[in-house]
Design a protein around this ligand. Structure first.
Ligand SMILES: *Cc1c(COP(=O)(O)O)cnc(C)c1O
Length: 403
């Protein structure tokens, strides 16, 4: 059986007439950049997110860059980021000649560990960028408290988490000063190319970002700030306006798939515990844990990725790839180990991220997956363990993060 990691054609086919009509309408208008389609999408985002000011931008990366420019990050400023995320989270900091300061992650959520932030704050620290990795909120209360105490801005990287609710029900991206989202096709809400969004409840930041999006220009050819071209296309906005009303249904399907995975891994005797569990004979697979589940909110986790942890990750990866199962490693190299960040000399005291880079694996969880496909994935992983039965007890080889 073939189980791709993601199959975007299925989603497209389910909305083909509406999407084709929306794209055609833009083509006929010949109005391609910003304009009414973009404003409509931004209004829809405001009401969906519960935010006052949403602005469509050219990508998730540009959303982060624009946000940092809006809070006036300058060369030499320090910005705290988790060491374990997609490159853009730290890359944008360096592009402004500021310094990304890496912080280790929490072993259960893979999100920045708030307990480890304070030790990294210096007089140069200006902001924190928590990432809501894989579709679950970072621990925002603790992060906002630290930010308030040290007068730091908080830029949320919600690229993998649009619609996700924090434990108090608020949507991520509306808790910090600015929220950033990506509409890269493989995100939970994807457009037909690159696209992104910044959102804020602060009217001054909203105005700055609006100008910075078009070279800091207002009125035409008069430049108050040095901005860039961070504009989104009308075509992308039109696609997003069609898709947004379906997002919560897709997220619910991802959660159902995650639930089925959990049941099946238990049934096969591969994962008994939940949350912070050690590898042992009854927990050969560590499953994702939704920490805000049960707090009465719906989108506690939207599973942009379903991440399992296994000791012999590379061997398992090879095995299931051979079985026709799509999978990937997000992310094999943390920021503190990236070649381009070696100059920062931030050491290797990131035990939890080092473990995650070695033992995590994403398996298919997209909304249109069929029950048989999920059953096949779990059966294949069970087969792997039968064939590669480890005699020695499983432990984290890198640290005591599982204890
Ligand atoms: C995808 C992603 C980005 C960048 O978004 P693009 O639209 O690809 O530029 C930033 N941060 C995280 C965590 C992401 O997953």
């Amino acid at each position: 059986m073939n189980v791709p990691l993601l199959d975007l054609k299925l989603q497209y086919n389910s909305l083909k007439p509406e999407l084709d009509a929306a794209v055609q309408k833009v083509i006929e208008s010949q109005y391609f950049i910003l304009g009414p389609e973009v404003e409509k999408m931004e209004q829809m985002m405001n009401s969906y997110l519960g935010s006052l000011n949403s602005l469509g931008v050219s990508s998730g990366t540009d959303a982060l860059l624009l946000a940092l420019m809006a809070i006036d990050i300058k060369p030499g400023d320090e910005v705290i980021v988790p060491t374990f995320s997609f490159f853009a989270t730290a890359g944008v900091v360096s592009r402004l000649h500021a310094i990304p300061i890496f912080v280790d992650i929490d072993p259960v959520t893979f999100n920045i560990d708030p307990k480890k932030i304070a030790a990294k704050i210096t007089p140069k620290t200006k902001a924190i960028i928590p990432v809501h990795l894989y579709g679950q909120s970072a621990e925002m209360d603790a992060i906002m408290e630290i930010a308030k105490k040290h007068k730091l801005s908080v830029i949320e990287d919600g690229a993998q988490a649009i619609g996700v609710q924090y434990k108090d029900g608020r949507k991520v991206g509306t808790i910090g000063d600015i929220g950033c989202f990506s509409f890269f096709p493989s995100k939970n809400l994807g457009c037909f190319g690159d696209g992104g969004l910044v959102t804020t409840n602060n009217p001054e930041l909203a105005e700055r970002m609006k100008y910075l999006r078009v070279h800091g220009m207002n009125p035409k050819y008069y430049h108050k700030y040095i901005g860039g071209n961070f504009r989104i296309d009308a075509l992308q906005a039109a696609v997003l306006s069609v898709k947004l009303p379906h997002l919560d249904i897709w997220s619910a399907k991802r959660r159902e798939n995650a639930k089925l995975y959990t049941e099946l891994f238990r049934k096969h005797g591969l994962a008994e515990g939940s949350g912070k569990t050690l590898f042992d004979s009854k927990n050969k697979v560590l499953l994702p844990h939704s920490v805000y589940q049960g707090s009465g909110i719906k989108n506690h986790h939207i599973f942009n990725q379903f991440i399992i942890r296994v000791e012999k990750r590379n061997a398992l990866k090879k095995f299931i790839t051979g079985q026709g199962i799509g999978n990937d490693v997000y992310y094999p190299v943390s920021f503190h180990e990236q070649e381009c960040f070696k100059y920062l000399n931030q050491g290797n005291d990131f035990p939890v991220a080092n473990c995650a880079a070695n033992d995590s694996l994403a398996i298919p969880v997209f909304p249109e997956l069929k029950t048989e496909q999920i059953e096949y994935v779990v059966a294949s992983i069970a087969e792997f363990f039968e064939k590669h039965e480890a005699s020695q007890p499983m432990e984290c080889r890198h640290c005591d993060c599982m204890k």
